[in-house]
Design a binder for this molecule. Structure first.
Ligand code: ADP
Ligand code: MG
Length: 351
């Protein structure tokens, strides 16, 4: 019999490792926008602007007024597993969006990346990467915060590029990402501008007047989801065993033909978690036909040790220590609100 020659084991170089990681984190332009806006939020920004062109395929630029990156730290920000957000000792207590230190090196592996940044009271600097090769930091001009510009995403991987959808569809996915993050962060102003689409602009302005988180969240949901949603939504507030469920769920009459308007947040992080989506669907089972989908924006809050957010590279799935409790809370919380609304409607008719 033929004997397979003994293969040689070798260590991959950084460029190859970054390309492999990029494949997990960066599926499409919207994933790049997600990572960059999350970084801007983590930096304590008050205002975040996202500019895209051609559905993000040729240009994504995120500008923030956050804490900035010191010139000497720019090369570090671009290396893998380098993060300022955790020290690695406590993966169960994560309060920032980022912690894996994967996004910037991955972006540098799939496009032409330039980061310009300024820490208050110091000089601004810029660094660029293309094809995994970084320049040295150089002096730059910037008043405050950070600008990250990604041009020609996936230019070096034509196979990936071919899988992308139309500019319109990719632009829509980017808008969806910005909306979800805007709903989670009512104290931050967001601007999304499409430089190729006749200078299309969406703005979610933070209300400087409201210091109250609940009022701010309510106001932001109204602007993002629209007046119709606000007028058809029931306010939710329920607790069970350390879990707190808040937000809004629309009346069954305000449903959709597809599951496109279901916004779920766990400890302030937008997620697309199968268990949570399933619980939402189950809550409406008796009041919606199979081809209709509920509209809701729900926030589950709990002690960070009750949920693991480090399950998925894009962190869009989470794992609860007690999933049955959370599922039960969502189903009973929503059913209770729906039943009350039905009861109220019935009394109104009776009167
Ligand atoms: P992570 O967010 O998981 O830490 P990233 O690769 O996204 O990893 O970012 C690496 C580091 O670069 C961050 O930990 C942070 O220190 C710094 N950084 C990235 N973006 C910004 C920004 N917009 N403002 C300030 N610092 C930033
Ligand atoms: Mg990050």
């Amino acid at each position: 019999p033929q004997i397979k020659p003994q293969p040689v084991i070798r260590q991959l170089d950084d460029a190859a490792i970054n390309r492999i990681a990029a494949g997990e984190v960066l599926e499409r332009p919207a994933s790049a926008v997600k990572e960059l806006v999350e970084n801007a939020i983590d930096a304590g920004s008050n205002r975040i602007e996202v500019v895209i062109a051609d559905g993000g395929k040729t240009l994504i630029r995120v500008t923030d007024d956050g804490c900035g990156i010191a010139p000497a730290d720019l090369p570090l920000a671009l290396s893998r597993h380098a993060t300022s957000k955790i020290d690695g000792s406590d993966l169960l207590n994560i309060n920032s969006f980022g912690f894996r230190g994967e996004a910037l090196p991955s972006l540098g592996a799939v496009g032409r990346l330039t980061i310009t940044s300024r820490v208050d009271g110091t000089e601004a600097a810029a660094i660029s990467v293309a094809g995994g090769q970084a320049t040295n930091p150089r002096p730059a001009a910037l008043s405050t915060g950070t600008v990250v510009e990604l041009r020609d995403m996936f230019y070096a991987t034509p196979a990936r590029l071919k899988f992308l959808r139309t500019d319109r569809a990719e632009g829509q996915a980017i808008s969806d990402v910005v909306k979800r993050l805007a709903m989670a962060e009512p104290f931050v102003s967001f601007v999304l501008r499409d430089a190729s689409g006749g200078d299309n602009r969406t703005t979610f302005r933070a209300d400087a007047e409201t210091g109250d988180l609940f009022d701010a969240l309510h106001g932001r949901l109204r602007t993002v989801l629209g007046k119709d949603f606000a007028e058809n939504a029931l306010s939710i507030d329920a607790r069970r065993d350390g879990f707190h469920l808040t937000g809004y769920a629309a009346l069954p009459t305000y449903s959709r033909g597809a599951a496109v308007a279901q916004f779920l947040f766990v400890n302030g992080r937008p997620v697309r978690d199968k268990m949570l989506l399933g619980a939402l669907r189950a809550a409406y089972m008796d009041v919606l036909s199979r081809d209709r989908h509920p509209v809701a924006a729900l926030f589950v809050d709990c002690d960070p040790t009750l949920v693991d957010v480090n399950v998925h590279p894009a962190k869009s799935e989470v794992r609860f220590r007690e999933p049955a409790t959370v599922r039960g809370l969502i189903i009973s919380g929503l059913r209770h609100a729906l039943a009350e609304a039905g009861h109220r409607a019935a009394t109104t008719v009776a009167n």
